[in-house]
Design a protein around this ligand. Structure first.
Ligand SMILES: CC(C)(COP(=O)(O)OP(=O)(O)OC[C@H]1O[C@@H](n2cnc3c(N)ncnc32)[C@H](O)[C@@H]1OP(=O)(O)O)[C@@H](O)C(=O)NCCC(=O)NCCS
Length: 176
């Protein structure tokens, strides 16, 4: 199956809402994604500020993955979250979408730090983030609340020599 990874356009919003309507499980990731279509639309609507950047994975006309970088109080920092529809999980899509989004954040947005919080037991997301270079902000955190961060402009990640965020969006990948 070919999946295109790219920055989201405003016209993609209704298809993204449709992905979340059938997304499972709902509400387990800091209350996200919300349960009802109205709540999903409201949540995504609030994330459409000029400092928010969205990336989607689509196969044909269907959106199957979503990652976003949300600008915070500091201009060069962003919070990240990623969701891949259960119908296509564990086939490498999350990793490719995560790296492509981080690549964009580093090269295009010149972010110096991306952070996130993982609540509860989520070994797959913890593995995905760790493998992409995210580290605990405080080593003594309880395992059910992981505040993780990743610097962008690291020595391995400058210019075309970037060895970490190898995926440059837009890109089409093939998954099994
Ligand atoms: C987390 C999520 C985005 C991952 O997407 P995905 O497309 O399934 O991810 P990938 O297939 O690229 O990678 C999954 C990785 O987890 C690993 N994995 C699978 N099951 C695992 C487990 N039980 N424990 C640890 N790692 C596991 C896989 O081996 C793979 O790692 P690898 O590339 O080193 O082999 C997806 O599971 C999801 O949307 N989950 C629900 C929402 C969520 O948890 N979001 C993150 C918090 S906001």
């Amino acid at each position: 199956m070919d999946v295109k990874l790219r920055q989201m356009a405003p016209a993609d919003l209704p298809r993204l809402v449709r992905m979340y309507e059938t997304f499972e499980p709902k509400g387990e990731f800091q209350g996200l994604p919300p349960h009802t279509p109205e709540q999903i639309t409201e949540w995504l609507g609030k994330l459409q500020q000029p400092v928010d950047y969205h990336f989607i994975a689509e196969t044909g006309k269907r959106v199957v993955g979503h990652c976003y970088l949300c600008g915070g109080p500091k201009a060069n920092e962003a919070e990240l979250a990623i969701f891949v529809h259960q119908s296509v999980r564990n086939r490498g899509l999350g990793r490719a979408l995560l790296l492509g989004s981080l690549n964009y954040g580093c090269k295009e947005l010149q972010l110096s730090r991306v952070w996130l919080t993982l609540l509860g037991s989520n070994p797959i997301a913890a593995h995905l983030y760790s493998r992409a270079g995210f580290r605990l902000i405080h080593e003594d955190q309880p395992a059910w609340e992981l505040d993780m961060e990743r610097p962008s402009n690291c020595a391995k990640c400058k210019g075309k020599r970037c060895a970490i965020f190898s995926v440059v969006l837009p890109v089409t990948i093939t998954i099994a």
